[in-house]
Write a protein that binds this ligand. Structure first.
Ligand code: HPA
Length: 248
């Protein structure tokens, strides 16, 4: 097994990692089944980095059909211990407008019907992991430090609300999420974070705000074109940030 400094899971609009050189492709099978696609392992600014597109490289998997367990297990099998989850999200809180990058520190899970534990199969030992701090604090600190070094602006903290999708939310649903304390809304943050904890991986989220959530901002209709354009614009500094994170 090779040493991987960092694994990155890309979300909507992030289907590869710019500046990842000498890429090798791994088709990995896991005890949980097949991941969303191949794991690409290469060198990013001198460090071994693995990349996996969460929805598949052609964005063919909706959030509730993603095999989150296989994705994380594949990265672990290939030698990764640290996972940076890139999640494309809508912004709810005033500080979380389009093109903001944020490193949330809390989660509320509104998803349902997803396999959300590695203890699913009969005969598996049941584990009750501590999840008070859903993202690995040390990895969050390193993301924020890497952002500082590379001059990439990243908002420290926030609560990620994970919804079922694939449809976007109603205005009333977002109003409820705001009352609950959510700053960001996305469809893929859970069960991924909990599974990573169960698997013993270090895991943190870098959320890319693609749009104002329903009823926030100017109230305009949310389009995929807007989402993708904002993700692309907000991702300019990512290779440097990821490279710096992989270094430390
Ligand atoms: N809601 C849920 N998921 C999202 C959104 C949103 O507004 N934007 C990007 N992913």
């Amino acid at each position: 097994m090779q040493q991987i400094a960092l694994a990155v899971i890309g979300g909507t609009g992030v289907y590869n990692l710019a500046k990842l050189d000498d890429v090798q492709t791994h088709e990995v099978s896991t005890r949980f089944g097949q991941p969303s696609g191949p794991v690409r392992v290469g060198t990013l600014l001198g460090h071994r980095v693995a990349f996996l597109a969460r929805h598949g490289e052609g964005h063919s998997l909706p959030p509730h059909k993603i095999n989150y367990r296989a994705n994380l297990a594949a990265l672990q099998q290939i030698g990764a211990q640290r996972v940076l989850a890139l999640n494309t999200v809508g912004g709810i809180g005033d500080d979380f407008g389009p093109r903001v990058l944020a490193c949330p520190d809390q989660v509320i899970d509104y998803t349902w019907g997803r396999i959300s534990t590695i203890c699913e199969e009969e005969g598996t030992d049941v584990v009750h992991v501590d999840f008070g701090h859903p993202y690995t604090p040390m990895l969050r600190s390193k993301i924020l430090a890497a952002a500082k070094v590379t001059g990439v602006k990243v908002h420290d903290g926030g609560c990620y609300g994970a919804t079922q999708g694939p449809r976007l939310e109603t205005i009333a649903e977002i109003a409820r999420m705001r009352r609950d304390g959510c700053d960001l809304v996305g469809m893929t943050g859970m069960p991924e974070a909990a599974l990573a904890r169960e698997l013993g991986l270090d895991y943190a989220c870098l959320a890319i705000v693609a749009n104002w959530a329903a009823g926030c901002g100017d109230g305009e209709e949310i389009t995929m074109a807007e989402v993708l354009a904002n993700v692309q614009a907000a991702s300019n500094g990512l290779p440097e940030l990821v490279g710096e994170l992989a270094r430390g």
